[in-house]
Design a protein around this ligand. Structure first.
Ligand SMILES: Cc1ncc(COP(=O)(O)O)c(C=O)c1O
Length: 386
């Protein structure tokens, strides 16, 4: 268990303030672009009028799609907004402790810390169960960003028991469920009806610029009404409403399913090619992204002893960024010397391998140690990345 109180702003992959990124391995969005039907729906959304503030038709559609009553569908202006709002509702309901996966998506911690809630990071379900000795808000990300790891049936059983014993509230963030490339979710049906589920389809639909997501409230839930009263009016834009409506259909679902074998193949090839360049992938990802240790980086300190400001052993990430290639620096995940990589098209991997050859020297790639002096010689002084 690891507790921290210092306020930290969440760090994200994807677009930044720098020059355009040509090959973005730092975003977890589907690399093949949006399904045409969804893109068409978003582009033809009616921007001339407000959407229905109650989103009645959308909620009925999504409720039908998930087999739940429409009132259990809570539209949000993206997953990030859902995380903030649910954390506030937890505070108002008297919750004082929030359990977050570690490593995990930074917004869970940021939202809790901004509200003065105590945050406990957990590395596995044993640690999570131990932390739940009072009613908690518990975030579970399955598959987990950044590791791509997933809960087993035994993990879910342990969490279910701990929740029952303590009256804790669980939110299962399923942002990457549609991008699960191996196996299927072990979340039992019965438990799926007793937890909050966060659905953020914009990643799988490769439309992350559209800010739209929704929560499925537990069947017997006391927080749902407060979630609604705390929402700003028209929380979803017309485009957001169109995206969510278009996403929940058989054709889009089948298209995503059909893309999995190719993503798996690309991912396997990408791992092999980068391993030949000295990257060491962490095992256990079932998703379209994984953590990897940079070539030449050393194992470092145990995660709990590191701060987000610890410099990477070799700032290859920064050097690659100047080549228009972005990797997600994993320091904010307490993993200096590591990056998170997403599956990208083979041509993007070609560009990455070529840039690595230029930056590190073809003859030195297979795990040879690099120094900051080497990078300075090639790319000039490097600034710390945060
Ligand atoms: C695990 C996870 N949950 C939620 C989000 C929030 O996504 P959005 O606000 O785009 O729906 C992200 C974004 O990266 C994420 O990685």
């Amino acid at each position: 268990m690891n507790t921290r109180s210092a306020t930290t702003l969440p760090v994200h992959g994807g677009t930044d303030a720098g020059p355009p990124v040509l090959h973005d391995f730092s975003t977890n969005a589907h690399p093949s672009g949006p399904p045409p039907a969804v893109l068409e729906a978003v582009l033809s959304a009616d921007r001339h009028r407000y959407p229905d503030p109650a989103y009645a038709m959308l909620r009925a559609h999504l409720g039908d799609w998930h087999g739940v009553a429409p009132h259990r569908v809570v539209p949000t202006a993206g997953g990030a907004e859902a995380i903030r709002r649910l954390s506030l509702v937890a505070l108002l309901a008297g919750i004082r402790r929030v359990c977050v996966p570690q490593p995990g998506f930074g917004d869970y911690r940021a939202a809790a810390e901004a509200l003065g809630l105590a945050v406990v990071g957990y590395a596995d379900t044993q640690a999570l169960a131990a932390a739940m000795d009072q009613p908690c808000l518990v975030w579970i990300c399955d598959p987990c960003n950044p590791t791509g790891a997933t809960f087993s049936a035994a993990d879910w059983a342990l969490v279910a028991r701990a929740c029952r014993d303590t009256g804790s509230h669980v939110v299962v963030d399923q942002a990457y469920e549609p991008l699960r490339l191996l196996g299927s979710s072990a979340l039992p049906e019965e438990m799926a009806n007793r937890v909050w589920r966060l659905i953020c389809p914009n990643k799988a639909l490769a439309l992350t610029g559209v800010r739209a997501a929704y929560l499925l409230a537990p069947a017997h839930e006391t927080w749902r009404q407060r979630m609604e009263t705390l929402a700003s009016s028209w929380v979803l834009s017309a485009e957001g409403e169109a995206l969510l409506r278009a996403w929940a259909c058989e054709r889009v679902k089948d298209g995503l399913m059909a893309s999995r074998p190719l993503l798996r193949q690309w991912g396997d090839e990408q791992r092999a090619r980068l391993a030949a360049c000295g990257f060491e992938p962490m095992a256990g990802s079932v998703s379209n992204f994984w953590l990897a240790r940079l070539p030449g980086a050393e194992a470092g300190l145990p995660p709990g002893q590191l701060s987000a400001a610890t410099p990477a052993p070799v700032d290859l990430v920064q050097a690659l960024r100047t080549h228009g290639i972005k990797l997600r620096d994993a320091r904010s995940f307490q993993r200096p010397g590591w990056v998170r990589l997403s599956v990208q098209k083979p041509e993007a991997v070609d560009a990455l391998v070529q840039a690595l050859h230029q930056l590190t020297g073809r003859h030195r790639l297979a795990g040879a140690s690099l120094t900051d002096v080497d990078l300075h010689r090639i790319t000039g002084p490097q600034e710390d990345v945060s």
